[in-house]
Write a new protein. Structure first.
Length: 203
């Protein structure tokens, strides 16, 4: 049998090294993403299953409010933060617009982050439909305001849905989204069928 002595001359480990290097880079990227998600979970309350987050321009004087109805029928908002007896949801913060929320008192020096945010936390979720609305309590800016509404699953961390809505006048109310949960608290359906959650007698 004739042995090709020139085989070793043309053989190279370079392709294998390149493949191993690419695999190593992918592993590092995956570990980085897992670490980032872990840090996001650490930032959330430990007893929270889902969070609904409303944000809008921190320099806006407009006052927007979250109205969230859980599948149990409990509704939370700025005037009913805990939702009543048996409620598994609560409003963690009521943002009021720049001058009342993101400003220092007269003659007080300091730094304030211009940010308007409201958060409703779900400590649990029963079987049924949950509804998320945004209502304009007070429209002071001349231009329309854009609101971002996000649904976050805390563990494992996942952004389930993100919606943007435009509001132009006091009293405007829009449904950001609805999401249905099963008996295990898992989301099975999402839609945007409109409804009203505010009570005109309380405005």
């Amino acid at each position: 049998m004739t042995v090709n002595k020139g085989y070793k001359k043309f053989f190279s480990f370079r392709p294998f090294i390149d493949v191993l290097f690419c695999c190593l880079l992918m592993l590092v990227a995956i570990l980085f993403l897992l670490k980032a998600d872990e840090e996001k979970v650490k930032m959330r309350p430990p007893n929270t299953l889902y969070e609904v987050i409303l944000t809008w321009d921190g320099n806006s004087e407009d006052d927007l409010d979250l109205y969230v109805q859980a599948s149990t029928g409990h509704i939370v908002s700025f005037n009913n933060r805990e939702g009543g007896e048996g409620s598994l949801i609560s409003l963690n913060h009521d943002a009021l617009g720049k001058s009342r929320n993101n400003s220092l008192e007269t003659d007080t020096e300091g730094k304030v982050v211009g940010f308007n945010e409201e958060i409703v936390g779900f400590r649990g979720a029963a079987e049924g439909e949950n509804i998320v609305n945004v209502h304009v309590y007070s429209k002071k800016d001349e231009d329309p305001v854009e609101a971002t509404i996000t649904l976050i699953k805390v563990k494992p961390y996942k952004q389930v849905i993100l919606k943007k809505k435009i509001f132009s006048a006091t009293g405007d109310e829009k449904t950001a989204f609805r999401f249905r949960t099963d008996k295990n608290g898992e989301i099975t359906e999402i839609n945007e069928l409109p409804t009203i959650l505010t009570n005109p007698l309380e405005e």
